[in-house]
Design a protein around this ligand. Sequence first.
Ligand SMILES: CC(C)(COP(=O)(O)OP(=O)(O)OC[C@H]1O[C@@H](n2cnc3c(N)ncnc32)[C@H](O)[C@@H]1OP(=O)(O)O)[C@@H](O)C(=O)NCCC(=O)NCCS
Length: 173
Amino acid sequence: MNPDRLRVRRAVPGDEPVLRRLRIEALTEAPEAFSSTLAREKARTEADWRRWLSPGITLLLEEAGVARGLVAGALDRDDAHIAHLMAMWIDPALRGSGTADLLVQAHFDWARSAGARVVRLGVIDTNARARRLYERHGFRVTGPGPFSADGRREIHMERPLDEATGLSGEELP
Ligand SMILES: CC(C)(COP(=O)(O)OP(=O)(O)OC[C@H]1O[C@@H](n2cnc3c(N)ncnc32)[C@H](O)[C@@H]1OP(=O)(O)O)[C@@H](O)C(=O)NCCC(=O)NCCS
């Protein structure tokens, strides 16, 4: 991996097939990490994918122009001061190299620019690697979430958005 060839950008109209490919890869590679299923992702229409672009956001991690990871964000329907972090996934070949940090920071920058004060997420409690990533970025467990259909427990994690990061959301390419 060459860090100079990595960038994070916001998914825009026209990226629907890219989102579909990434989500199918994610649900194939790590089905236990997500509350969705491969069948559900495959059945999504182009209009469904468009809803991943706005009013929330999907951020793509690209290596040399090829999307290899993603994270999605949306403001809470009831409280716009809460931003949800969802669908985090990185191609296994890029893991352990700091690329996850690029996506997390870009999500924080978007959330801050959207007026959020807190970032919230759900993670399967046995997903130690993801939990460790989130803890490193200041998330703390706030309580248990629902059980998935196959009996796995989700936990909720939260982090205040009080500390500044590098880029502002507006600077995202
Ligand atoms: C979650 C994910 C995005 C994290 O990206 P990553 O590049 O693997 O993250 P990192 O390499 O920074 O690893 C995060 C932490 O887990 C640790 N870790 C690595 N492998 C681990 C393992 N098998 N068990 C527990 N912790 C592990 C790392 O050492 C690091 O901790 P540190 O900061 O103390 O060194 C990526 O692993 C992924 O896409 N996983 C599959 C999908 C998924 O689980 N998504 C999250 C849904 S909530």
